[in-house]
Design a protein around this ligand. Sequence first.
Ligand SMILES: Nc1ncnc2c1ncn2[C@@H]1O[C@H](COP(=O)(O)OP(=O)(O)O)[C@@H](O)[C@H]1O
Ligand SMILES: Nc1ccn([C@@H]2O[C@H](COP(=O)(O)OP(=O)(O)O)[C@@H](O)[C@H]2O)c(=O)n1
Length: 293
Amino acid sequence: MSFKVFLGKYSTFSNNHPFLDIFLSSFLTFLIFQASHFNAFISNCWVIIQNYLYLWRTKLEEFIKMKKITIAIDGFSSCGKSTMAKDLAKEVGYIYIDSGAMYRAVTLYSIENGIFNGNTIDTEKLKQDIKNIRISFKLNPETGRPDTHLNGVNVESKIRSMEVSSKVSPISALDFVREAMVAQQQVMGKEKGIVMDGRDIGTTVFPDAELKIFVTASPEIRAQRRYDELKAKGQKASFDEILENVKQRDYMDQHREVSPLRKAEDALLLDNTNLTIEQQKKWLFEQFNKITG
Ligand SMILES: Nc1ncnc2c1ncn2[C@@H]1O[C@H](COP(=O)(O)OP(=O)(O)O)[C@@H](O)[C@H]1O
Ligand SMILES: Nc1ccn([C@@H]2O[C@H](COP(=O)(O)OP(=O)(O)O)[C@@H](O)[C@H]2O)c(=O)n1
């Protein structure tokens, strides 16, 4: 072991008095080698300083990571999950991921690429294509919210259509589709500091999430909220059709074999039937503060 490496290693033994450590080690080196080894003295000092900088950076990173948490928001269709998830993420500077948008994007791809024949799905073709389906989120500066991109194309508006809503649940029940989406979602949440909403986030994607919420509201209220939203966007909408779709999707999502929609045992239940957007936002923020504050 060279002397330089030896000193570098030795210096990390005491982390309580780094400056004293640097000074003493350097002074010792200086005494031993005196002026004729001035270069060795300088370079040993530099190795020791680098070691400390590395140690402090690692500790700082650990501290930042420790403070960030993972937030999983699951629940029934159209009950306000993404509204509250987006608001919280914006407020606390976390990443927001709408996992439902990912299943919607796969569904749109299937519609546009002949994978649907009526209601029958060509699962073999989708299985082959799934590795070529790239889903990403990019901030829309106009709305201040992330838009969904499918293979580089902005599909945010298209994936919210009634056609996609009516076909998304059978697509999201396919095991290989779920496997691919869950793997991507777990990579997105690796560094924590994420709010993700969906159906299986607290049970499958992030079972160790520090904060889990399960949201519900009556089907009629949920259908009315979705109806109002579509109308406000100037889209055609029928309340009865939306209510039927909401009920059907709830049923399919709860009864599929892989990762069915259910409340994680350690999730907090929020029935927001009689809450305003502001009230539910406040409630969620309080839960966040209880854990991180
Ligand atoms: N507490 C609430 N009261 C009234 N409308 C709400 C409430 N929460 C959400 N909304 C509205 O309901 C619609 C569906 O909400 P969204 O967040 O997209 O639901 P989800 O993500 O659960 O499908 C949106 O138009 C949203 O603005
Ligand atoms: N984590 C998730 C998220 C959505 N999904 C599926 O994707 C569909 C659309 O999800 P979404 O969150 O956009 O649905 P809405 O509640 O917004 O209508 C759901 O009905 C589920 O079938 C899922 O299976 N798992």
